[in-house]
Design a binder for this molecule. Structure first.
Ligand code: COA
Ligand code: AMP
Length: 631
């Protein structure tokens, strides 16, 4: 069956489609109802099913006789180490950690915050929580202590699991001082911490609260998988919204397994025993779905890679990993390829490796620019597949389903909606727009299995953020087009979220930090185009009247403040002092126009602008710091 037939089949009988897909999962009790619409517009999938995600990701493969198969390959060009963990060994390690956590009182529904770099123990920790029915919340290592504290206060974890440090090229990042600072800042204190000591920076432990990873598990009785309901949460993953407060996306157990199992085969073309590599980080949704759960549920081998596309040690590191470990399907962000292309424009290093196992390259996380796609196609000689999704959905909304059939590629389009997603382009009144017109991308409810069920402790915010603007639809926050062949193109965000090197960041959160600087009266942060990272944040700062201080010094302080409060991942390095911000007469800051000026695009002063002369002033201030860049 081809894509069109499968998609039509889903549309004709969505519940039948997902009931069939659910057969790929081992249920303790299968769900009879499949879809629960009783609380629409809130929906539940497999709510009456009983299952365990860790069992499906680990134990069942061992029980089926595949205990010797490699589950995880760890490859760290930063430490120069490589190791492998079989499914059998993974089960032992996960069950032992789960046992130790259970002995300390962690059980079903308790939250556990995980703050770890790209080491296999991060997956062991996630799976141990899943085994107990505990809810993990992984926080990306590039976030600073205050961001970690906000997440601790929202999730109120019983325990925190961290590593002593992360490793960035040429720099050890001690995590433990950030953990300590975050716990100090947080109102809600975890009862205990488990710390994986890494030799590059061993951590001081707080007596009575902190336990060393190995010692903590010594003598622990391995724990069995705890049965959970299909809609019980597996994890919370915080992501950026328009305001500074991150949104805690809740992922239920049942539908998540069903959807991921379907995607591994039908999108990524991966089956048990294949090697799948997603070069992302466990702190992002890609890491949750496709470093940890997806490949393991499929019984495939997953790679945990601690390195960067360039500089660890060179722009050939991706090719080495693919060749050495026999990767079949590879997933990364376009920005990684732009980084490689910049260092090795002719892709000379590709020639040093045998990439014959590689069948597909998948790109997501940001818009894939045609140049990057063509460059990758030319040099890797495999299909390059752009696909579009979000933290909220957990898996691709639109993709080229390579495992079913490869549809013709249209550069700039992540291809077609996947079964489960009825994608529509709407106007401001919420009415579907004709083919080819740009509008808000929305998905007709219900969303499919595997997508978010709610926001943690914030159901009203969930409804307001996603389900209110267009009744009957989920609002993606993206603007786009669907063409006559049904191909989707994603053009931009409709909110103030920006995308920096495939990382989703809130300009609102950065504005809150800048506004806290004592000399700043008012500010705005926008995303400006960047050749490598797609976008970079740029601050516009108005100083308090009478402030005579050196502008460069204030900007340096602002840059430092964002790094300390949000983290290096914000990549906030550019700001400009301006006298006034352009606003509408009702006081709304005209961020879009400022962005166009900074990017050197044509712009029109909106009719509602308060004082058009300000745009000229903004343009002059930007010119002084070299914007727009000449390309
Ligand atoms: N812990 C601590 N610091 C971290 C970190 C972590 N886990 N991850 C990133 N940082 C720091 C970096 O060291 C850097 O700090 P600096 O300002 O001192 O240089 C900053 O955060 C920005 O990091 P990054 O976005 O990785 O930029 P970079 O300039 O180091 O590298 C790329 C640029 C393009 C190579 C890199 O962004 C990349 O590999 N991107 C792929 C993105 C990706 O996989 N996204 C996931 C979605 S699919
Ligand atoms: P995140 O939640 O971090 O995965 O970011 C999701 C957002 O990234 C989406 O809403 C889009 O704005 C953007 N995005 C992700 N993948 C793509 C893609 N393939 N094409 C265009 N934009 C994308």
């Amino acid at each position: 069956m081809g894509y069109a037939e499968i998609y039509r089949g889903w549309k004709a009988d969505p519940e039948g489609f997902w009931r069939k897909a659910a057969e790929a999962i081992d249920w303790i009790e299968p769900s009879r109802a499949v879809l629960d619409s009783s609380r629409a517009p809130l929906y539940g999938w497999f709510a009456d099913g009983v299952c365990n995600t860790c069992f499906n990701a680990v134990d069942r493969h061992v029980l089926a006789g595949h205990g010797e198969r490699t589950a995880i390959i760890h490859d760290s060009p930063i430490t120069g180490t490589k190791s492998e963990i079989s499914y059998g060994e993974l089960r032992e390690r996960v069950a032992r950690l789960a046992g130790a956590l259970a002995e300390r009182g962690v059980g079903k529904g308790d939250r556990v915050v995980i703050y770890m770099p790209m080491v296999p123990e991060a997956l062991v920790a996630m799976l141990a929580c899943a085994r107990l029915g505990a809810v993990h919340s992984v926080v990306f290592g590039g976030f600073a202590a205050p961001e970690l504290a906000v997440r601790i206060d929202d999730a109120r974890p019983k325990a925190l699991i961290a590593a002593s440090c992360g490793l960035e090229p040429g720099r050890v990042v001690p995590y433990k001082p950030m953990v300590d600072a975050a716990i100090d800042l947080a109102q809600s204190k975890p009862e205990f911490c488990v710390i994986l000591q890494r030799d590059q920076a061993r951590a001081d432990l707080v007596a009575g609260r902190d336990h060393e990873w190995e010692a903590f598990q010594e003598g622990a009785v391995p724990a069995d998988c705890v049965p959970v309901g299909g809609m019980d949460p597996l994890y919370i993953l915080y992501t950026s919204g328009t305001t500074g407060a991150p949104k805690g996306v809740v992922r239920p157990n049942g539908g998540h397994m069903v959807a991921l199992a379907w995607t591994m085969k039908n999108i990524y073309g991966v089956e048990a025993g294949d090697v799948f590599w997603s070069a992302s980080d466990v702190g992002w949704v890609v890491g949750h779905s496709y470093i940890c759960y997806g490949p393991l549920i499929a019984g495939a081998t997953t790679i945990v890679f601690e390195g960067k596309p360039v500089g660890t040690p060179d722009a050939g590191t991706f090719w080495r990993v693919i060749a050495e470990h026999g990767v079949k399907s590879f997933f990364t962000a376009p920005t990684a390829f732009r980084a490689i292309k910049r260092e090795d424009p002719e892709a000379k290093l590709v020639g040093d490796y045998d990439l014959s196992t590689l069948q597909y390259l998948f790109l997501a996380g940001e818009r894939a620019d045609p140049d990057t796609i063509e460059w990758a196609q030319r040099h890797l000689k495999v299909p390059v597949i752009d696909h579009w999704w979000q933290t909220e959905t957990g898996w691709a909304i639109a993709a080229n389903p390579a495992g079913i059939e490869l549809l013709p590629v249209k550069l700039g389009s992540p291809t077609v909606p996947m079964p489960g997603y009825d994608v529509q382009i709407l106007n401001e009144a919420g009415e579907p727009l004709p083919t080819g017109q740009l509008g808000a991308v929305a998905i007709r409810l219900p969303l499919p299995p595997g997508t978010l069920s709610t926001l943690w402790n914030a159901e009203a915010r969930f409804v307001k953020s996603y389900l209110t603007t267009y009744p009957g639809y989920y609002e993606t926050g993206d603007a786009g087009i669907i063409d006559a062949d049904g191909y989707v193109s994603i053009m931009a965000r409709t909110d103030d979220v920006i995308n920096v090197a495939g990382h989703r960041l809130s300009t609102g959160a950065m504005e809150e930090v800048l506004a806290s600087h004592p000399d700043v009266a008012e500010c705005a942060v926008i995303g400006v185009a960047d050749e490598l990272k797609g976008q970079l944040p740029m601050g516009f700062i108005c100083l308090n009247r009478g402030c005579e201080r050196d502008h460069d010094e204030i900007i340096r302080e602002c840059v430092k403040l964002v790094r300390e409060r949000i983290g290096p991942v914000a990549a906030f390095k550019a700001a400009v002092v301006v006298d006034r911000l352009p606003k509408t007469r009702s006081g709304k800051i005209l961020r879009g126009v400022m962005g166009r000026i900074a990017d050197g695009q044509e712009y029109k002063a909106p009719a509602t602008i308060d004082d058009p002369a300000i745009l000229g002033e903004i343009s002059e201030s930007l010119a002084q710091i070299g914007y727009p860049h000449a390309h």
